[in-house]
Structure formats: C-alpha cells, structure tokens
Design a protein around this ligand. Structure first.
Ligand code: NAP
Length: 248
C-alpha cells in the first residue's frame, strides 16, 4: 500500500534543527513539500535548501509560533506558495528548567506559550484549510515527562501533558472532517536540547532505558511519517511513545 504522502504539503514548527529537522527530512523523503518554520531564519533557510536537494519544494518561514500574528502570516504564506496545507507537525518547544519554588512567572509563561499555545494557534490556522478540504493530519510532539513528571520541569511537563488533552479533543472535534490528530511522546532524544544536560544526569537516564541507548531524531521522525501516512488513517487521538522502553 502506498503511503499517500507524495505531493502533500506540511508545516513543521521548530523545523530548523534537532527533531524538527529530522521530521522535515523524513517527510521530504516521502515526497512531501514543506514549510520550515523557526525563529532562526538562516538555519531554517539552510534546512529548506537541504530539502530542495532531496527533490521536494520547501520554504523557510521565520515566525515565533507563540504569537498569533506570526502564525497567521506564516499559514497565509504557505497557502500562497503551495496552495494548501495537509499536514501540521507542532514540534517547536523550549525548556526553562528549575524547581517550582525558584521558577519565575516568566519561565512558566514562556514554556506554556511556546509549547502549548503555539499548538492551539497553528492548529486553528491549519484547520481553516483542512476542514474545507476534509483532509488533515496533525501531530503534536509531547514528551515522556508528560506521563512521568520530572523534578525541575513543572512548566515543561505541564505543557506537554496539556498537549495530550489538546490532541484528544482536536481528534474528536474534527474526525468527521477527515482530520486525524495524534501525539508522539519522545523519551531521551539526542539533540542540542538534551546535549545541555550534565553527564551524570545522562548516565543515570541511560540506566533507565531498556533498549540501552538514547533515541535519535530519526526515531521520532519515522513515527511522524507513519502517523501522517495513509497507513495510519484509522488512528486518531493516540499517543505513540518513542522512548526505548523507559516508560511503559
Ligand atoms: P531543539 O533542538 O531545541 O529544537 C527546537 C526548535 O524549535 C529550535 O530550532 C528552536 O529555535 C525552535 N523554536 C523554539 N521556540 C520557537 C518559537 N517560539 N517559534 C518558532 N520556533 C521555535 O529541540 P528538540 O530536542 O529538537 O525538540 C523538538 C521537540 O521535541 C520539542 O517540542 C521538545 O520539547 C520535544 N522533545 C524533545 C526531547 C529530547 O529529548 N530532545 C524529548 C521529548 C520531547 P531556537 O533555537 O531559535 O529556539
């Protein structure tokens, strides 16, 4: 069976680097044209150029996805350029870790705005097109800590747990329009976000991973490709855990 992805159009937030870039590359290898959204303009441009090399159309879109006006403008640009939006991957995310008693209100707001509000804003804009065409695939990148909690990450874990509720509600609200919405909860994936952790913390985490290695951005990207493909057309409102077994 074909994946049904060839010729589709995707918007990937936080697509310039890390997991987002791997998602862009995996989608491009399946024939999907991509709007690469990021705060980092030159890195987004670099990713878009690499995707064009892989044989698809791609553009870089500089936007802060926690800002409604940026999000509106980026979807207008994508529809202008590609004529439609079929796939949305809400991947942009940040951390501002510290224990709750030390956490500043700005740290709470920044993480909730980038990790959660952005998914609300982007989904709303994407749905304008998806509901009309009665087709859409939305994937939200949550985290294992949404399910386990993690000291020092009260803002991050709350934002990632909230994404699961958002996912299930969107799945129910728009199933009748041919739109699926699922989440992926990665475990420990090797990117700049996790490179910043102290070595002893990394060693301790590795001990808790039955498959005995950290994940790669490609491990997450392959799950995204599956969820947006025709192979997953009967799957909605679900969370796929990509974590080497560290949480089951
Ligand atoms: P990353 O390397 O830090 O990449 C995140 C990307 O999002 C960056 O390019 C970043 O740009 C961009 N971004 C941040 N804020 C943005 C905003 N307001 N508007 C637009 N783009 C923005 O992180 P990653 O490790 O690839 O993580 C990707 C996603 O997976 C995140 O949602 C993260 O929470 C989730 N996740 C990661 C892991 C892991 O182990 N790495 C585990 C579970 C879940 P800037 O550099 O300019 O900020």
């Amino acid at each position: 069976m074909e994946t049904g992805l060839k010729g589709r159009v995707a918007v990937v937030t936080g697509g310039a680097r890390g997991i987002g870039r791997a998602i862009c590359e995996a989608l491009a290898d399946s024939g999907v044209s991509i709007g690469v959204v990021d705060l980092l303009e030159s890195e987004a441009q670099g990713t878009a150029e690499a995707l064009v090399q892989r044989g698809v159309r791609a553009i870089a879109l500089k936007a802060d996805v926690s800002k409604a006006e940026d999000v509106k403008a980026l979807f207008e640009r994508v529809v202008d350029e590609f004529g439609t939006v079929d796939i949305l991957v809400n991947n942009a995310g940040i951390t501002r870790d510290t224990l709750l008693l030390r956490m500043k209100e700005e740290d709470w707001d920044a993480v909730l705005n980038v990790n959660l509000k952005s998914a609300f804003l982007c989904t709303k804009e994407a749905l304008r097109t998806m509901t009309k065409k009665r087709y859409g695939r939305i994937v939200n990148i949550s985290s294992v800590v949404a399910f386990t909690g993690n000291p020092g990450q009260v803002n991050y874990s709350a934002s990632k747990a909230a994404l699961v509720g958002l996912t299930k509600t969107i799945a129910k609200e728009y199933a009748s329009r041919g739109i699926t919405c699922n989440a992926i909860a990665p475990g420990f994936i090797q990117t700049q976000m996790t490179d910043a952790l102290p070595e002893d913390v990394k060693k301790e985490m590795l001990r808790g991973i039955p498959l005995g290695r950290f994940g790669t951005p490609e491990d997450v990207a392959r799950a995204v490709v599956f969820l947006v493909s025709d192979w997953a057309s009967y799957i909605t409102g679900q969370v796929i855990h990509v974590n080497g077994g560290m949480y089951m």
